[in-house]
Unconditional design. Structure first.
Length: 731
């Protein structure tokens, strides 16, 4: 029987420092035992501080895992079974050995239930070994091991679920198995208080019955449970889970419940008793102590334990003294005695739903219900659901979202707080001015996220998300999937992540990174910085002085209006300056650069590039490779660089620069255009203009100037070398 004590549920006035990353759920990488770990210093497995190790124990098996410890630092190790109902180790044993294989400390049952936990502060820096085993050699199955600094272990999500389910009680025949359970409001019974003393029996009031009915309907929705009420509209003693009440001020127990067991209505297994001295007898609203008591006790009736080995009536219970892993708070589980200020949140209300690890535990026991909210559901503002999940109705949400199917949205557009919104399962959001108060349940798929009027941080998941920043200087991360992202107003920072994303930065001076995938990026108004990263990206600068970089891949860049800087980087890129005096860089690959309007500067870089200045007085530099340069309209400067280049100035007074290679000028005009020769590159020190003219010969209808060393300059349509006398210059 588990009690819920009143004093343990008072909001704490003392905050214990905890892992600040906990706002994003349990973090850390995992190392799996891919082959049997040796039970000696010769083990091939090791983990770093903050990592988890997942292994399997067979009969009389012991696994050693190498760690490195620093002298004077306190470390804490936790060892649990994983999914006890699914074949995890039930009773673990933990040891720590030094580099010589000598045991320095050990633990059997200091963790939750029969799980293990120990701290150690080494005096010597070096290699140590953690030993994971079972108390009994015949206790086999999977286990999880944590290794962190401090005095309280950091558990993985799987380890937390195992701690909640360590009673190994369930109504189902096997793990993750849907089952029907009957329930009813007692018509009569032998009431006892939390101390086991007989007391007066009370039927639940109308307000209490309404709250229980809502809780059971909600539970049926988020899990594989079918919860069938007996005596609908009245009372009955013929059900597996029976709800009754008593009244006592002496036992300091808000309510108590029994774990699953016999389904017989005459057996107390699964029964819930409310203490009317503390639980409201009138209307019970979500977020109140009374509603929380119902969720907590129903959790026991379905097979969930407290996260740690504490219970009402055992003396003062505090996070510092009784929490057995860091995430033991009502930010993570309604089964906890400790308010959420002990981790990273601090709310003026009690939980309004089953929380992140409660839902995971229920799914481990009874499976998930994917028909729950299976339409296109909106949570938050403009909600299509009611109650706690409608943030116009509920301005202090403390809950976890489970959603079965459909295209779903968390909408925060009606609020001006600086908010953190994460659509990733197992993570937390900070909304409406509170920290870490909303989580997305494991297995839930939320497609869309909408920010509000503040400076929001929005993180997408692996699905094809639509993410909208709205006003404020927002940080938006698309994650995996083919996302559509809108920055909208103000100065946003956007990263598309993996997938073929469409990003519309909106108004403001935005910073955008496309990530992996073939992305389409529209910077729109403002002085924007855009980096396409990997993939074949399409990037439009639009208005404003933009900096656009395609990254790797074959990219298309268009600067739009104003004076832009565009770089293709790697790949065969197409770069268009648009209006304004733009700078275009092709860099690596065979690139196509077009200046369009304005006085542009184009640099091809490596590869065989095509450069077109178009309108304006442009400067074109082919650089490496066999390039084609077309000045078009305006007074242009064309330099082929290294390689065999073709240059055409087009209309206007143009300057052609020749460095080396076998270059061709396709439209040289006497007394209009100028040819500049690089003395150093062509070894022309001491040469005069006439000396260069003397190097020229006519080949068909063209004039060829041979500078030696494989360097020639061909002027198409020119057959008289003397016209160059006033058109040549040295640089």
């Amino acid at each position: 029987m588990c009690h819920l004590c009143l004093f343990a549920l008072q909001q704490s006035t003392t905050e214990i420092s905890a892992d600040q990353n906990a706002i994003y759920g349990t973090v850390g990488s995992y190392v799996d035992e891919t082959s049997d770990a040796a039970a000696s210093t010769q083990t091939s497995f090791s983990i770093d501080e903050g990592e988890f190790f997942y292994g399997t124990l067979t009969n009389n098996d012991t696994d050693w895992i190498e760690v490195t410890l620093s002298a004077g630092e306190t470390y804490v190790f936790g060892l649990t079974g994983l999914g006890v109902a699914e074949g995890g180790v039930g009773d673990t044993y933990l040891r720590l050995y030094n580099a010589s294989g000598v045991s320095v400390t050990s633990d059997d049952d200091s963790g939750p239930g029969l799980f293990s936990e120990m701290t150690y502060t080494p005096t010597t820096t070096g290699t140590y070994f953690i030993s994971a085993s079972a108390f009994s050699g015949t206790d086999t199955g999977t286990y999880g091991l944590s290794f962190s600094t401090g005095n309280i272990p950091v558990y993985s999500a799987d380890m937390i679920v195992a701690a909640l389910l360590r009673s190994e009680t369930t109504w189902a025949s096997s793990a993750q198995t849907p089952v029907e359970v009957t329930w009813a409001f007692r018509s009569s019974g032998n009431a006892e208080d939390g101390n086991g003393s007989s007391t007066t029996f009370y039927q639940l009031t109308n307000g209490q019955q309404t709250a229980v009915t809502a809780a059971m309907a909600y539970l049926e929705g988020i899990s594989g449970l079918t919860l069938t009420q007996q005596g609908v509209g009245g009372t009955s003693n013929d059900a597996t889970i029976l709800f009754g009440a008593y009244q006592s001020s002496n036992d300091y127990t808000g309510a108590y419940a029994y774990f699953p067991g016999s389904t017989a209505s005459t057996n107390n297994s699964g029964d819930v008793w409310l203490n009317n001295y503390y639980v409201d007898t009138g209307t019970i609203s979500y977020g109140t102590y009374s509603d929380f008591v119902l969720l907590h006790e129903i959790g026991h009736a379905l097979g969930m334990s407290h996260p740690g080995d504490y219970n009402a009536g055992t003396g003062p219970i505090t996070y510092a003294n009784n929490a057995q892993f860091t995430a033991d708070s009502r930010q993570y589980s309604v089964m906890s005695y400790f308010d959420e200020s002990q981790t990273t949140s601090n709310m003026p209300v009690y939980p309004q739903s089953f929380l992140l690890y409660d839902i995971a535990a229920l799914h481990a026991l009874y499976g998930a219900d994917y028909t729950y909210n299976s339409g296109n559901t909106v949570y938050g503002y403009n909600a299509t659901v009611t109650g706690a999940f409608d943030f116009d109705e509920n301005s202090t949400p403390l809950l976890s979202i489970w959603d079965g199917a459909g295209t779903d949205t968390i909408d925060l557009s009606g609020y001006n707080n600086d908010q953190i919104l994460s659509l990733v399962e197992g993570t937390f959001s900070s909304v409406l001015g509170y920290d870490g108060n909303i989580s997305v349940a494991y297995g839930a798929e939320i497609e869309n996220g909408i920010g509000g009027g503040g400076d929001d941080t929005i993180t997408g998941n692996a699905l094809a998300n639509e993410l909208i920043g709205n006003t404020g200087d927002d940080l938006i991360y698309g994650g995996d999937g083919n996302d559509v992202i809108y920055g909208n107003l103000n100065h946003d920072t956007i990263e598309g992540g993996a997938g073929a994303d469409t990003i519309r930065a909106g108004w403001g001076n935005d910073s955008v990174m496309g990530g992996a995938g073939n992305d389409e990026i529209y910077a729109y108004l403002g002085h924007d910085w855009v980096y396409g990263e990997a993939g074949n990206d399409t990037i439009y600068g639009d208005r404003g002085r933009d900096v656009l970089n395609g990254g790797t891949g074959d990219d298309y860049l268009h600067g739009g209006a104003d004076n832009d800087f565009l770089a293709g980087e790697e790949g065969n890129d197409t770069i268009i300056g648009g209006d304004g005096n733009d700078q275009l860089f092709g860099y690596i690959g065979n690139d196509t650069l077009s200046g369009w309007a304005g006085n542009d500067t184009l640099r091809g870089g490596d590869g065989n590039d095509f450069l077109a200045g178009n309108a304006g007085n442009d400067k074109l530099y082919g650089m490496d490779g066999n390039d084609q340069l077309f000045g078009d309209v305006g007074t242009d400067t064309l330099s082929g660089g290294t390689g065999d280049d073709l240059m055409r100035g087009g209309g206007g007074v143009d300057v052609f620069i020749f460095d080396d290679g076998n270059d061709v000028i396709g439209d040289f005009t006497d007394n209009v255009d100028t040819i500049q020769l690089n003395r150093s590159e062509l070894s022309l020190n001491g040469y005069s203009v006439q000396d260069v003219i003397d190097l020229a010969t006519v080949s068909g209808s063209d004039l060829v100037v041979d500078f030696g060393n494989g360097n020639t300059l061909t002027l198409r349509g020119v057959t008289d070398a003397s016209i160059l006398s006033d058109d040549l210059a040295f640089i």
